[in-house]
Design a protein around this ligand. Structure first.
Ligand code: AMP
Length: 275
């Protein structure tokens, strides 16, 4: 006797309320779709740790600071749904924009001045948009745990602080999944083979560089030199390359408890990573 457990696709708030009513141990994995092994690792962790798992696919317009970037963001709902079904996810939340943003579309949330570093400095309004949609999702779904990737470390850092203060939900940090040292990302779909190889070489270079920082002090100038070197070597535009403390994202002068954060453009595609 076969037992078919159907994955439910939820589109409206009513769908959500009906499906989730009475459930107490919900794991939530927010995504913008075009799912890859990074997303899959988050989903598997939720399936393991929670009674029910809900994955959202929503390309959040208000977190994009360029219309073109929003328009070009890869979308593959059909393929994503097949994958989620295979993984035995319980619910997929696929809201239309009007379901999430009924009223005002500009975020009321403000990022502190001291948090306007790294991506917050270069993508005006981006994290305000992320926190806004995470706030809306958490209010609607009431998850016990939210699974997020270290790949987007600053997003994880800001969301964890914001959500855990306001809701009875835990934001769980998940390791970055890589292929040949390159962090998986939906945006990688926008790169040709040539640029993908370049991105892999940049990652490899930084992994080796980070090891060299062990036991060194006052590494700030070494990091600065590396930024110049990589820009020339790979002909890339680097927005930032900085060593910062994992705990509070303050600039760090030594390897311990720190990560190297990079953002750069490859053929007009913006990539971020941390090591
Ligand atoms: P996105 O669909 O890009 O908004 O990402 C959805 C979630 O997946 C976020 O929490 C990301 O940090 C996470 N994620 C994206 N890429 C990876 C990766 N390579 N490894 C682990 N998590 C990832």
């Amino acid at each position: 006797l076969k037992c078919f457990i159907q994955m439910k696709i939820l589109v409206t708030n009513t769908d959500l309320n009906e499906a989730l009513n009475g459930l107490s141990n919900i794991g939530f994995v927010p995504t913008m779709g075009s799912l890859h092994k990074g997303h899959i690792s988050l989903i598997k962790r939720s399936l393991k740790e929670c009674d029910k798992t809900i994955v959202s696919i929503f390309v959040n317009p208000i977190q994009f600071n360029s219309k073109k970037d929003y328009k070009n963001y890869p979308r593959n709902n059909k393929k994503d749904l097949q994958l989620l079904k295979k993984l035995k996810v319980n619910f997929v939340f696929l809201p239309k924009e009007s379901v999430i943003y009924k009223t005002k579309k500009k975020s009321q949330i403000k990022i502190n001045k001291k948090d306007r570093i790294l991506c917050a400095k270069f993508r005006k309004g981006h994290f305000e948009g992320v926190l806004d949609v995470m706030n809306r999702f958490t209010k609607l779904i009431k998850p016990k745990k939210i699974f997020m990737g270290e790949k987007d470390f600053q997003q994880l850092y800001l969301t964890k602080r914001y959500i855990e203060k306001k809701y009875d939900a835990k934001v769980v940090s998940c390791k970055t999944i890589r292929d040949n040292k390159l962090a998986l990302s939906s945006r990688n779909l926008l790169l040709t083979r040539k640029y993908l190889n370049k991105a892999k070489a940049v990652s490899k270079n930084l992994i080796i560089f980070k090891k060299k920082l062990i036991l060194r002090k006052n590494v700030r100038h070494l990091v600065y030199q590396k930024k110049i070197e990589l820009s020339k070597l790979f002909d890339i535009k680097i927005e930032y390359l900085e060593l910062r403390k994992k705990r509070n994202l303050k600039i760090s002068e030594n390897f311990k408890g720190s990560k190297l954060f990079i953002s750069y453009y490859l053929n007009k595609i913006r990539l971020i990573d941390n090591f």
